[in-house]
Design a protein around this ligand. Structure first.
Ligand code: GH3
Ligand code: MG
Ligand code: MG
Length: 716
């Protein structure tokens, strides 16, 4: 009913379709009237039955082919089969008409075109809707049984008794077999529609109605012909075939105007075909009984056999369908389970899975006396990345981070996204020293190479890591997680981009060391702010580490370069702000003061024991190979390569960021400057290494350095 309503709405709401529907209804009435008027004239009958008859039949061939060409997939096959059906129906009609016009006796038994048309119609039904193979087979069996039952009953009640009066010739057999084929097609249409996974679309419904009209008309025709031969009055059946063509034509037009997508029929697992099938079987058995009473033993046995066999096949198909259903349900269930423990963004395991694994591993490590390591990683300044580049970029960073962390870990380790921008790693059999080492590797995997966004932006992403071991620092899942969290908190408090593991041991030493470190970080940030460029020294630090690595310096040297670059300007704390922010040319005395900042910085850094080794780098970062630098006027090889690295990175950052008195220089300008001062102001090897890396990173928006917020100028 719902389908019929949708169809009616579909046909009447579209102005063109409404017009065509009315026109076709008018045509049918007109044709019926002509058939009536011409009933007494042979010539007029020829005109109507063999001439006008082709008015709707001929264009169908073109229409179905056009629809087929425009369709895709299953629908395309469906419409090509319909085009084939139209072609052979047309050929059959033409042959018939030719015989009729020539005044010859028309023989359906020699007109094989109609039979070929059925060969297209039956498979077309199979492609009309989406249906699983097992259900389709079931539908075919159902159709077969019901068609057999109808034919058998029909034969007994109508054709058999009548035909026995007229004799049973080839012609009658041909006519009856058309009726039987029609019934088969009709039943197939019904059972396949019932078994389908989707509701028929309006166009498919029109095709079904067209087939139904054809089948009924064919049956009437067979009935007339069998009883008293084809006579003029029977040409009313032509109206039935006209209806068939008209409906098929309307289906084509609906397709061309855009058919409605068929709605899937989900959740209905009932076997609707069972009722007609059962009635069919009963009818077949009953007619077998009738045959038996009439003495047709062989036929009776054949009929009963077919009924039994169909029941058996259906049983097998039913079982198979249940098995398929169970398999698909199981698969769906497994997929649900997988989704329940997977983070959709990174495809890593999610918190739920991790929490369970942590409990299990904690219990296992207690039994085995092993050390269970746990790391908690939290992205630094992640909110800033979201704010600056958008949520999508933030998501991309999370995915890329997961990809960078994975290869660092071993097979038995578990990496999961714990939530937001936090990751966790569970490492069985990992004592504290090893845990620290792996944590450091993870941190570097994130921070040492800039992230590149889809628009080619480079982002400096860092992560802070907290870790703890069971039983070395904590016992049990909860305590372990709590301690790792605390360690993470300390890593954040101490300036981020670092690893902290455990808590109890050497707390004091660590706090002491850390507070000095923290103080230097604050100093670095303060100088950046003083000069109106926040985060600048972090950026230069990133560059310095990259260049040192590019030049093949060892890990220690890379670290020294990174640290020295971060603190290279802290000596400026001794210079009055008025001088630092002055827009005009500096006077001689002022210059004297500024030239002291490398030495101040070196002295400050040397106060922290762990950074004593970077002091010389800071002192020498304004020296030049040609001897014109300060404070010492060192030359060539007197300047360490590491100090030369800081010098180049510092100059690059200065050129690429805007100043109070000028905008940022272009990338080409900055590259040109480095190249032209190669060997005089800057060390040649360092310039080469720098330009090589910079080239590899490619263009980024003016002033952006790894995407760090150096552009956030705080107004002087
Ligand atoms: P820090 O940890 O260094 O202290 O700074 P933070 O900016 O990372 O601080 P916080 O933990 O407060 O902020 C985390 C931000 O991460 C908040 C939220 O907007 C963002 N975030 C959380 N989950 C997602 C996510 O799935 N996608 C994106 N794009 N952002 C997320
Ligand atoms: Mg967080
Ligand atoms: Mg964070």
């Amino acid at each position: 009913m719902e389908r019929a309503r949708a169809l009616r709405r579909g046909l009447l709401d579209d102005r063109l379709l409404r017009g065509v529907t009315l026109a076709t209804a008018g045509w049918l009435a007109f044709y019926a009237l002509l058939t009536y008027v011409s009933r007494n004239s042979d010539t007029a009958q020829l005109w109507v039955g063999d001439g006008l008859y082709f008015v709707p039949a001929a264009p169908l061939l073109v229409l179905t082919a056009v629809v087929a060409r425009r369709s895709r997939g299953r629908t395309r096959v469906f419409w090509w089969l319909l085009a084939g059906f139209s072609l052979f129906t047309l050929l059959g009609d033409a042959t018939w008409a030719a015989f009729d016009v020539a005044g010859r006796e028309v023989s359906d038994s020699v007109n094989g075109f109609y039979v070929v048309a059925y060969l297209f119609a039956a498979p077309a039904i199979v492609f009309a809707v989406r249906v699983s193979r097992t259900r389709l087979l079931r539908a075919v069996v159902d159709a077969g049984v019901v068609a057999l039952a109808l034919s058998a009953v029909g034969f007994h009640l109508v054709v058999g008794p009548l035909a026995s009066g007229h004799g049973f010739d080839v012609e009658t057999v041909a006519n009856v077999s058309y009726a039987v084929l029609d019934v088969v097609v009709l039943m197939l249409l019904l059972t396949v529609t019932i078994a389908a996974d989707e509701v028929l679309s309006p166009a498919a419904l029109l095709v079904a109605l067209s087939f139904a009209a054809a089948a009924l008309t064919d049956s009437l025709y067979a009935y007339f012909v069998t009883i008293h031969g084809y006579v003029g009055a029977d040409s009313y059946v032509n109206v039935g075939w006209q209806l068939e063509f008209v409906l098929l034509g309307l289906a084509c037009l609906v397709m061309l105007r855009g058919d409605v997508e068929p709605t899937p029929r989900s959740g209905d697992l009932r076997d609707h075909g069972l009722v007609p099938m059962s009635i069919g079987v009963v009818a077949v058995v009953a007619s077998a009984d009738l045959e038996l009473q009439r003495g047709y033993k062989a036929e009776a046995i054949a009929l009963a056999g077919v009924a039994l066999l169909s029941l058996f096949v259906r049983l097998v198909l039913g079982t198979r369908e249940k098995a398929e259903l169970a398999a698909s349900l199981e698969q769906a269930l497994r997929e649900q389970e997988r989704l329940a423990i997977t983070d959709p963004l990174t495809s890593l395991h999610n918190r739920r899975f991790f929490d369970e694994a942590l409990e299990l591993e904690a219990a296992r490590s207690r039994r085995s006396d092993g050390s269970l390591g746990l790391l908690v990683l939290d992205m630094d300044h992640f909110k800033w990345i979201n704010d600056r580049y958008g949520h999508q970029a933030g998501d991309d960073v999370l995915v890329e981070t997961a990809r960078r962390l994975e290869p660092v870990l071993r097979g038995g380790d578990l990496l999961a996204r714990y939530g937001g921008e936090e990751f966790v790693v569970l490492l069985p059999d990992t004592p504290p020293a090893r845990l620290r080492e792996i944590a450091e590797r993870l941190r570097r995997a994130v921070s040492s190479v800039p992230y590149v966004t889809e628009d080619g932006l480079q982002l400096a992403v860092t992560v802070s890591v907290g870790g703890a071991c069971d039983p070395d620092h904590a016992r049990g899942a909860n305590e372990l997680l709590g301690l790792a969290d605390k360690a993470l908190y300390r890593a954040k408090a101490l300036g981020r981009d670092q690893v902290r593991v455990g808590v109890e041991q050497d707390v004091e030493l660590e706090t002491h060391r850390s507070s000095a470190h923290e103080f230097l970080q604050r100093l670095g940030d303060e100088i950046d702010r003083e000069q109106g460029r926040s985060e600048l020294s972090r950026t230069i630090s990133r560059w310095a580490e990259l260049v040192a690595r590019e030049m093949g310096l060892d890990l220690e040297a890379q670290r020294r370069c990174a640290v020295a670059a971060r603190f290279h300007d802290i000596g400026k704390i001794a210079i009055p702000t008025s001088i630092l922010r002055k827009r005009a040319q500096l006077g001689d005395t002022e210059w004297e003061l500024v030239r002291e900042h490398p030495e101040h910085g070196a002295r400050l850094v040397a106060l922290v024991p762990e950074f004593r080794d970077v002091a010389p780098l800071i002192r020498d970062h304004h020296e030049r190979p040609d001897g014109t630098g300060y404070p010492m006027g060192k030359r060539g090889r007197e300047i360490s390569l590491e100090a030369a690295v800081i010098s180049v990175c510092d100059a690059w950052a200065a050129m690429r960021t805007p100043r109070a008195y000028r905008p940022a220089h272009s990338r080409d300008y900055a590259r040109g400057e480095l190249a032209s001062c190669r060997g005089t102001q800057f060390d040649s090897d360092v310039v080469d290494a720098f330009l090589a890396i910079e080239e590899g990173l490619g263009e980024s928006p003016a002033g952006e350095l790894f995407g760090l917020p150096v552009l956030q100028l705080e107004e002087a």
